[in-house]
Design a protein around this ligand. Structure first.
Ligand SMILES: [Fe+2]
Ligand SMILES: [Fe+2]
Length: 326
């Protein structure tokens, strides 16, 4: 359901839109210097391709079942980029028919993100351990099924969502890179490390948008932050499913990620704490009574969620996904 948003949000977006190009220049890299998948993975035209392929496949032999499941789900999440781009293009104040700073940001961000799915997909193909048809079908489902991030067309809520989400993907890709390195898989480690660095840059940009909104519309921004935290940040892979199945498998993927420590409930709480620190929520004054209540709710949330996380038991049994070859 689309909420009625105040006209002031449009004014705020227009105002910040004037400085978005500076943010773009700071947090997006020129295409000419961006890394591409072709530099990180062997090309069939390389004279050494057969030997390089053997190296990739040998290194992939050490990767655990849970690890592969997480890697596939991370890849599918990246490949569902069309969902996120269309969602964000519908935000109030981002007009895709105008060549404004906001649209430049959105296009530049999408263009950088598009490399993530490309690179990971190619790695999975080369690894020889993945049932590619099942993996591709899950990607197609995720895009076709769509996803509701709970922020409707509200720029304030959406930028909370994207700030959180970019930090979460930074954590998970970084951890995957670390585990891959421990397993002697330098190729995958480098690739995921570079993706993680992109996510960190993107998170900084989205967090800057929110900081700027707080400077001019603190009370409304606080209420939007509270709403998103109250409703919880849903992962884009929430609707993940396998070929021919109606029931989602997100919780199985999430359990695997928790078991190998790639993304846990404590990471969710840490991200929340970082956002609270970065946006200086604790010392935010110029608020109305509603904003003060929202601030107090947010400040108490990390401790509350830690107590809940302490009680959660993660199932120990690995779930058998159809994405991974026996
Ligand atoms: Fe990404
Ligand atoms: Fe991202």
């Amino acid at each position: 359901m689309t909420e009625k948003l105040s006209a002031s949000r449009s004014e705020v977006m227009l105002h910040i839109g004037k400085t978005v190009e500076d943010i773009n220049n700071e947090y997006l890299k020129p295409v000419e210097t961006n890394w591409q998948a072709s530099e990180l993975l062997p090309l069939t035209s390389d004279k050494t391709f057969i030997a390089d392929l053997k190296t990739i496949q040998d290194q992939a032999q050490n990767l655990s079942y849970d690890f592969l499941a997480v890697l596939v789900a991370d890849t599918i999440t990246e490949e569902a980029l069309p969902t996120y781009e269309t969602w964000l293009a519908g935000i109030q104040g981002i007009d895709q028919y105008e060549n404004n700073g906001w649209m430049k940001w959105l296009r530049g961000w999408s263009a950088e993100e598009n490399r993530h799915g490309d690179a990971l997909n190619r790695y999975l193909y080369l690894s020889g351990r993945i049932d590619m048809r099942n993996f591709e079908a899950s990607t197609q489902y995720l895009i076709a099924d769509g996803f509701d991030n709970g922020a409707a067309s509200d720029p304030y809520k959406n930028f909370v969502y994207t700030s959180f989400q970019e930090m979460a993907t930074n954590v998970s890709h970084r951890r995957v890179a670390t585990i891959a390195k421990q397993e002697g898989n330098n190729i995958l480690s480098k690739l995921c490390g570079l993706i993680a660095a992109d996510e960190a840059r993107h998170a900084k940009a989205y967090k800057t948008f929110v900081t700027k909104i707080f400077e001019i519309d603190a009370n409304e921004m606080m209420l939007a932050f509270e709403t998103m935290m109250r409703n919880k940040i849903l992962m884009p892979s929430q609707c993940l499913r396998q070929l021919g199945e109606e029931t989602g498998i997100f919780s199985n993927f999430s359990d695997a990620a928790q078991r190998i420590g790639v993304y846990t409930s404590y990471d969710y709480i840490d991200i929340m704490k970082t956002l609270i620190d970065d946006w200086k929520i604790d010392s935010m004054s110029n608020l109305k009574e509603s904003g003060e209540k929202a601030r107090d709710y947010i400040m108490a949330l990390p401790d509350r969620m830690t107590r809940i996380a302490d009680r959660i038991k993660i199932p120990e049994t690995e779930y058998k996904f159809n994405w991974i070859l026996a």
